[in-house]
Write a protein that binds this ligand. Structure first.
Ligand SMILES: [Zn+2]
Length: 476
């Protein structure tokens, strides 16, 4: 009887604690909603034409002429911003601008975007990838979204601010990378080291990243504006198996390919262990504020429902990437001819690791999952996840409040980015590095990035300009 009473009391206590915690998170919503201000709209007529022109230069990292053309075009189009350009002590197509404010006691802030794009073949496009066609409310082409939309929106914003002679207290820097899609050595990495050398530190850094996502999580009633606090590390492992080779007419089994195939199957079936890191914990808390009570009860209390949350998240590829390091085989190689049993078979595994999971940890986990000594595992490219910026404080609030002003139907939500960006380089010059692209996106639109038929809506371009304008003038 005593045991039953004890169990009952514990259950009752847990339930009370759950409800209290959930209610506490949700009362926070009231104070947040009040602070919203009216959306200001101002249409900039020339901006879509400017983005369209910028898309026409096929600025794939490593090319010269398209970059020269693009830089020349930007200089002609944004002459006032270009009077604020800084000379970079290196031959690069990256660009840095410094727009001085009146209060030098304030730390400056940095906006980043990149000029380079991933390559595109003509196949499968409704409009040729470098045509910059404007049709049906969209600017079409490679880079129209990633990331020339941000380049144009940022430059458009500052050109207008300078033209209107708006007084601002804070100094702003703009860094336009030239090789973000190929790890940013000559752009982001060089510029950040150069800032470090000059002892320039930033109140915060804002680079491309999350967007305003529509219908991302069905249980949440609002659009959510996801602000990246951190990005996962990109690593590459090589699996290799050696076994007897020979002619395929008299094979001995298992072959190197067979052993390798079993290892690959195990990686897909078993997956790396799930974990709720700080950015995702903060994301869940923010979602709990704006979802139905039963959903809030679960996501607002990861201390109790951790396994359930991880299992629910695991069912969708985008959500799964938030709660675990992912490992996926992207390249395989066996023999060079159809009638040879290869003595060696290899596979390349691309890994995106959660913050806090080191290369050694990942290697160890893969070894455990594969559990076959015949498979040699070698980490051929190691990487570290970025540091994690806080989901509170002046810089985060500044970005979140600007989002609420420009996107009144969206709720700012912290998150963990699974892709890589130049932002990673800038963490040595700021403790507050955030990743957010000011655009409303549904899944269909996001899927076009790095793929065919990339496009950016005229409405989004206007919103982006409005966002950067509010961001800059907010603390003037
Ligand atoms: Zn990008």
């Amino acid at each position: 009887m005593v045991i039953v009473t004890a169990i009952f009391s514990i259950l009752l206590l847990t339930l009370a604690l759950l409800i209290i915690r959930t209610l506490r998170i949700r009362t926070y919503r009231r104070t947040q909603d009040i602070s919203r201000t009216e959306k200001a709209t101002e249409v900039i007529k020339e901006a879509p034409g400017h983005l369209s022109e910028a898309v026409r230069f096929a600025s794939v990292a490593g090319e010269d002429a398209p970059f020269q053309g693009l830089l020349h075009y930007l200089q002609e189009t944004y002459p006032l911003v270009h009077t604020q350009a800084l000379e970079i002590p290196r031959k690069t197509y990256a660009r840095v601008f410094r727009i001085e404010g009146s209060d030098t006691s304030l730390l400056p802030a940095l906006l980043c975007a990149h000029l380079d794009v991933v390559p595109a073949s003509e196949e499968g496009w409704e409009h040729p990838p470098f045509s910059g066609a404007i049709e049906g409310d969209y600017i079409w082409g490679r880079g129209s979204f990633d990331d020339k939309s941000s380049v144009i929106a940022i430059l458009e914003t500052f050109e207008r601010i300078l033209r209107a002679r708006h007084q601002r207290r804070r100094t702003w820097y703009i860094a336009l990378g030239s090789d973000e899609e190929v790890r940013g050595k000559d752009g982001g990495a060089f510029i950040s080291s150069w800032f470090l050398e000059q002892k320039i530190r930033f109140a915060f850094v804002l680079d491309e990243g999350g967007a305003v996502a529509q219908g991302f999580i069905p249980q949440v009633r609002h659009d959510i504006a996801v602000i990246g606090l951190s990005e996962k590390a990109s690593m590459t492992a090589k699996l290799s198996v050696e076994a007897a080779g020979g002619h395929s007419s008299t094979p001995s089994q298992p072959t190197s390919v067979g052993i390798l195939a079993r290892a690959i199957a195990r990686i897909e079936q078993k997956r790396l262990k799930g974990n709720i890191t700080y950015p995702v914990k903060k994301m869940l808390e923010a979602l709990a504020i704006h979802s139905s009570f039963p959903f809030a009860l679960i996501v607002g209390n990861p201390w109790l429902f951790r396994p359930l949350i991880i299992s629910v998240f695991s069912s969708s590829p985008t959500m799964n990437a938030l709660v675990r390091s992912t490992a996926t085989v992207t390249m395989v190689q066996g023999a060079q001819a159809s009638n040879i049993v290869p003595s060696r078979a290899t596979a390349v595994v691309n890994i995106r690791a959660l913050p806090g999971e080191s290369t050694r940890h990942i290697e160890h986990s893969l070894r455990k999952i594969i559990a076959d000594e015949r498979v040699k595992i070698e980490m051929i490219h190691t990487g570290t996840a970025s540091r994690v910026s806080p989901a509170e404080g002046e810089a985060f609030e500044h970005i979140a409040r600007t989002i609420e002003t420009v996107f009144p139907s969206a709720v700012p939500v912290p998150y963990l980015m699974s892709g890589a960006s130049d932002a990673l380089h800038y963490e040595k010059v700021s403790d507050y590095v955030y990743r957010f692209t000011p655009a409303v996106m549904n899944k269909g639109e996001l899927d076009r990035m790095h793929s065919e038929n990339e496009r950016f809506s005229i409405e989004n371009l206007h919103r982006a300009i409005e966002f950067y304008t509010h961001l800059v003038l907010r603390d003037s």
